[in-house]
Design a protein around this ligand. Structure first.
Ligand code: HSE
Length: 330
């Protein structure tokens, strides 16, 4: 049997994604060791409340409310708390203590991405964030690595699962906006603050992250035109349906020619899509992202855009990569 080096993994957050990450890390530890060359030891899980009910039963001895002790001494820190603070501070502490960071925190990256990436560069650590955009769908690594040799001209698609679920229920089952939203809430699809989804903030954060990556420039939330689905009624959906269209909340990032040469346009708004277009067939909480490369032409990425276990897949891919990086770095 190979004697793998052990890497200590600190998990910050045990919500729907975090608890699944903990479960899969513990259940598939041998597979991860084989794939990464390192034994990944879950050193602890930072929680706000030790007694809160969770999606997965987690060993009590792994839970802690002491962030500092958990983070310092970890080789890989997985941040799945969401929100700006204390997530930002914890990530900076992790980087400054030499850990690689894996995060799914789109709000933080859209607002403080440059600060976090600069901090990582200064210490030679990595920050990976596949889970921040489009749940289980690999889209960050393809943009960063697979398409690094191409010039991306446009990205557009559905990057918010809960609003897609709501619009889809209204379109296919004739539900009112209120009933569709209630159902989405009951199924746990919406963010804790539902206005983040309904008013397009979540999609705008993801669009800012995608545009920054694809166009190699800093795109912040202030650069994103944002409209949500709050004013979409059942009558509008029905009118669109009769005319051969479906309404979808789209995120569009593109290079536009302007008088000075070229500008970047990033916008999120509810749009009419022909029922013939592949995006019209994206149902429920799924996402779909089209990427157009100058050389590659159009590529489509499709799948589960949200969900605890689905998003955990994206997180763990980043964890295995971070472990390989650690092992290669000695
Ligand atoms: N609230 C988000 C969505 C969760 O509905 O897409 C996944 O980022």
């Amino acid at each position: 049997m190979i004697d793998h080096r052990t890497l200590r993994v600190a998990l910050l957050g045990a919500g729907s994604v975090g608890s699944q990450v903990a479960r899969l890390l513990r259940e598939h530890g041998d597979d991860f060791a084989e794939r990464s060359g390192a034994r990944l030891e879950l050193a602890g899980i930072l929680v706000r409340d030790l007694d809160a009910p969770r999606d997965v039963d987690l060993p009590r001895e792994l839970l802690t409310t002491d962030a500092e002790s958990l983070i310092v001494g970890a080789d890989i820190v997985i941040e799945l708390m969401g929100g700006i603070e204390p997530a930002r501070t914890h990530i900076l502490t992790a980087l400054n203590s030499g850990a690689d960071v894996v995060t799914g925190n789109k709000a933080l990256l859209a607002q403080h991405g440059p600060e976090i990436f600069d901090a990582a560069d200064q210490v030679g650590a990595s920050v990976s964030y596949e889970a921040a955009v489009a749940g289980a769908i690999p889209i960050i690594r393809p943009l960063k690595d697979s398409l690094a040799g191409d010039r991306i001209v446009r990205i557009f698609g559905i990057v918010n699962g809960s609003t897609n679920f709501i619009l889809d229920k209204m379109d296919r089952e004739g539900l009112s906006a209120e009933d569709a939203q209630r159902l989405a809430t009951d199924l746990g699809y919406l963010e804790a603050d539902p206005t983040l989804d309904l008013e397009g903030y979540d999609a705008a954060q993801k669009a800012a992250i995608l545009a920054s990556l694809a166009f190699h420039t800093e795109v912040s939330m202030d650069d994103v035109h944002r409209e949500g689905i709050e004013s979409i009624t059942a009558d509008m959906i029905e009118g669109a349906r009769r005319a051969g269209f479906v309404i979808k909340l789209l995120a569009i990032c593109e290079r536009l020619a302007d008088a000075d040469g070229e500008a970047i346009s990033v916008r999120v708004y509810p749009a009419l899509i022909s029922r013939e277009h592949p995006l019209a067939t994206v149902h429920g909480g799924n996402n779909a992202v089209f990427v157009e490369g100058e050389a590659a032409g159009p590529l489509m990425f499709y799948g589960a855009g949200a969900g605890g276990v689905q998003t955990a897949s994206a997180v763990l891919g980043d964890v295995v990569s971070a472990a390989r990086r650690h092992i290669a770095g000695g």
